[in-house]
Design a protein around this ligand. Structure first.
Ligand SMILES: *Cc1c(COP(=O)(O)O)cnc(C)c1O
Length: 361
């Protein structure tokens, strides 16, 4: 098989050794005579995988002990509702930064549940720039401040974090979790769907500080209540066993490949390879995003015409590079280069871009 370079935004490429291990173990898990996915989630064998995966999240992200790691379902999308349901009391309000498509969705659900004060909205620049993190002044009585660490569609990423004093920061890190070091102690809650950087779709990671867990409202239906999931170690109901198993293998892969310092270094290298071509041929390629806010995960760029953009995507496909069409809401092209994208993939794309400009520029 020719393995293609997969630049899709999510579900996204996975490390080949992980896919191969899943293949090898899938039908007969470690000689048990059955597959892990047909085993009870209460079995010892699943229990170990589940807890090892949680421990790996703690270890790799350097999560302090006063935080709990949860594995939930419903994607980051369910967290858009669960965060305010649990943390936003009837008398409270939260602060929001609206940085693009995903922040807007989080905001839309939050406003259905409680009061929101928008601190920043990038609409005027069409969500191509972020404010200085240090300039964000959370209201002192806000229940929390919400931000989206990486806007997967617009291609902008926070590279600094706000200082909010006692106001907890809640972050949607779906598209850059574990791609760089993050000071977890600066956050009250972090959530992320696994299917971009960490595995197949089906598992959502929530990292929540004890004092916020204690605030979770008791009148919520069981599945929506963080406290119930935490008390049962995310086994209140059937967890997504396959997704957690695959997540655990990806976490092992991150660990054996040098952990977050190495993931960060690789992300820099991949992103530099592609942005360098964009900047070198700036009369042909154009990044709509403010340089200081460029995403290292989702690289958005335009070509001189839409006809050329279409041509670019289809010629790239013929060269085994998939998923380069931009999201329909912003157009153009987008290369998603998550943790599992090998450097050769980014280099192949950069060379292809140079070749393309030589041909059509
Ligand atoms: C993909 C994505 C989501 C939505 O995730 P689902 O798992 O599909 O609900 C939310 N936020 C960000 C930043 C994303 O990239």
């Amino acid at each position: 098989m020719t393995r293609k370079f997969n630049f899709y935004a999510g579900p996204a490429t996975l490390p080949l050794p992980v896919l191969e291990q899943i293949r090898d173990e899938f039908v007969d898990y470690k000689g048990m005579g059955l597959s892990l996915v047909e085993t009870s989630h209460r079995s010892k064998v699943y229990d170990e995988i589940h807890h090892q995966a949680m421990a790996l999240v703690h270890e790799l992200l350097n999560v302090p002990d006063r935080y709990k790691v949860l594995f939930l379902q419903g994607g980051a999308t369910l967290q858009f509702a669960m965060v305010p349901l649990n943390l936003l009391g009837a008398e409270d309000h939260c602060d929001f930064t609206v940085s693009g498509a995903w922040a807007k969705k989080a905001l839309a659900d939050t406003t259905k549940i409680g009061r929101v004060n928008v601190l920043f909205d990038g609409a005027a620049e069409n969500y191509t720039a972020l404010p200085d993190a240090a300039s964000l002044q959370a209201s002192p009585d806000a229940a929390y401040l919400h931000l989206t660490s990486n806007e997967t569609i617009g291609g902008i990423q926070w590279h600094d974090w706000p200082d909010t004093g006692a106001v907890p920061v809640v972050a949607d890190m779906s598209s850059d979790i574990l791609s760089r070091r993050v000071p977890v102690e600066k956050f009250g809650l972090i959530y992320a769907g696994a299917q971009k950087n960490l595995g197949p779709a089906g598992a959502t990671i929530v990292i929540i500080r004890d004092d916020l867990l204690a605030k979770s409202r008791d009148d919520l239906p069981a599945y929506l209540n963080y406290k119930i999931h935490a008390k049962k170690d995310s086994m209140y109901n059937t967890p997504p066993v396959f997704a957690v198993y695959a997540l655990k293998l990806v976490l092992d892969w991150i660990k054996t490949n040098g952990g977050l310092p190495e993931m960060e270094r690789r992300a820099d290298e991949r992103a530099d390879a592609i942005y360098n071509v964009i900047d070198t041929y700036s009369d042909f390629y154009r990044s709509p995003v403010a340089k200081k806010d460029r995403s290292k995960m989702n690289i958005v760029f335009r070509l001189p015409t839409e006809v050329l953009e279409k041509q670019f995507v289809s010629e790239a496909e013929a060269e085994n590079m998939l998923g380069l069409k931009g999201h329909r809401s912003v157009g153009g092209c987008r290369a998603s280069v998550y943790n599992s994208m090998p450097l050769e993939g980014a280099r192949a794309l950069a060379s292809f871009m140079e070749m393309f400009v030589a041909k059509y520029g």
